[in-house]
Design a protein around this ligand. Structure first.
Ligand code: NCD
Ligand code: ZN
Length: 346
């Protein structure tokens, strides 16, 4: 069996920098025409100038002949000003990323008090930039599995109301509560959905022992939450967008007494989504999810050209790279049921 789709986009990816960028970017660019690049480098991409420089490094790292467009994001901090937003817009930024301080990997420079950010959010709306939200509270009293649901109720719903012109994306939605919020929200609110949250529940963290390569944030949830995500994408709801959250880390940082959060999926991103849609009996919905919902929501043109997937299992390498810096991908040493066969207009 074979599936040919309009070239898709990834609305949330971590490409990193330097050697990791050089390794990860070809995986992303082989599958996606555009990708929204997360700004959580060290130091973060928090100025228009840093954003321009990072885009230039990404373009320089592209394989020759690749037709790929990075959509750049500005990292919001407590010190971001409306002027910086205007400068980022002039530099061609696509969106701004809100990390509650301490919520996830490289988020220590994030925002501590959301309400103080209102003038900056107004500036985003004015310049037509979307707000991409890591939707978890950081309150240590809140159970880690409840942090998204509490954030949606406590922070996100009021924020969406306070800013009636702002386009808002709840990034990597993981809960039934997050899904319900998007379903009920106005059409300017969407969510991205990862392949790993569609394919795994929290049992995967403990299958036969502790599995650091299944640890990400927001953390995997119960089966009923996975079902809610699958239902939303399988019914073809237009405000659920493909966002891999592919997040490479060196094996030494994950296979550790205090392993960091992030799952690398760029090597098989579209193929893994095809598995999830197949499980849901919704392969006919994959193209719109991957290639139409995102540009339609963000007011961008849909892509031309195609990619083709073949239902032909292949074995994922144990790692990309060597030694302690190697990146261990999802399904390392195991099979993925769909294979990327190529495309046109790439
Ligand atoms: C991401 C990373 O490693 O940068 N990690 C993750 O678990 N998803 C950060 C993020 O998107 O939260
Ligand atoms: Zn992410």
């Amino acid at each position: 069996m074979q599936l040919t789709l309009t070239r898709p986009d990834d609305w949330h990816v971590h490409l990193r920098d330097g050697d990791v960028l050089a390794r990860a970017l070809p995986h992303t660019a082989a599958r996606f025409r555009r990708a929204v690049v997360m700004p959580n480098l060290r130091p973060p991409v928090a100025t228009a100038e840093a954003l321009r420089a990072y885009r230039a490094r990404i373009l320089a790292a592209l394989p020759p002949g690749a037709d790929f467009e990075p959509l750049m994001t500005l990292y919001l901090t407590d010190r971001t000003t409306p002027d910086e937003v205007a400068a980022a817009a002039a530099a061609g930024a696509f969106a701004a990323k809100l990390y509650p301080a301490g919520a996830t990997t490289h988020s220590d420079a994030g925002v501590t008090d959301l309400r103080r950010l209102d003038p900056v959010l107004e500036a985003l709306a004015e310049h037509g930039l979307a707000l991409l939200v890591h939707g978890e509270v950081t309150d240590p009293d809140v159970d880690v599995f409840d942090r998204e649901a509490v954030f949606v109720e406590r922070e996100l719903a009021p924020l969406v109301e306070r800013h009636p012109r702002l386009r808002v994306v709840l990034e990597h939605v993981t809960t039934a509560e997050g899904v319900a919020f998007v379903r009920e929200a106005p059409p300017r609110v969407a969510a991205t959905v990862t392949a790993h949250h569609l394919l795994m529940n929290r049992n995967a963290l403990f299958a036969g022992g502790l599995r650091p390569h299944h640890y990400c944030l927001p953390v995997l949830k119960r089966e009923r939450h996975r079902r809610a995500l699958l239902e939303a994408v399988a019914e073809g709801h237009p405000r659920f967008l493909l966002g891999t959250d592919s997040a490479p880390h060196p094996a030494r940082a994950k296979e550790s007494a205090c392993g960091c959060a992030g799952i690398y999926t760029a090597h098989a991103a579209l193929e893994l989504y095809a598995e999830a849609f197949e499980e849901a009996g919704a392969l006919d919905r994959l193209e719109a999810f991957a290639a139409f919902h995102g540009p339609d929501f963000h007011g961008l043109p849909r892509n031309t050209g195609t990619v083709t997937l073949v239902r032909e299992p292949w074995t994922v390498p144990e790692a990309y790279g060597e030694g302690p810096e190697r990146v261990v991908p999802l399904r390392a040493g195991a099979t993925v049921r769909w294979r990327l066969a190529g495309g046109s207009g790439m």
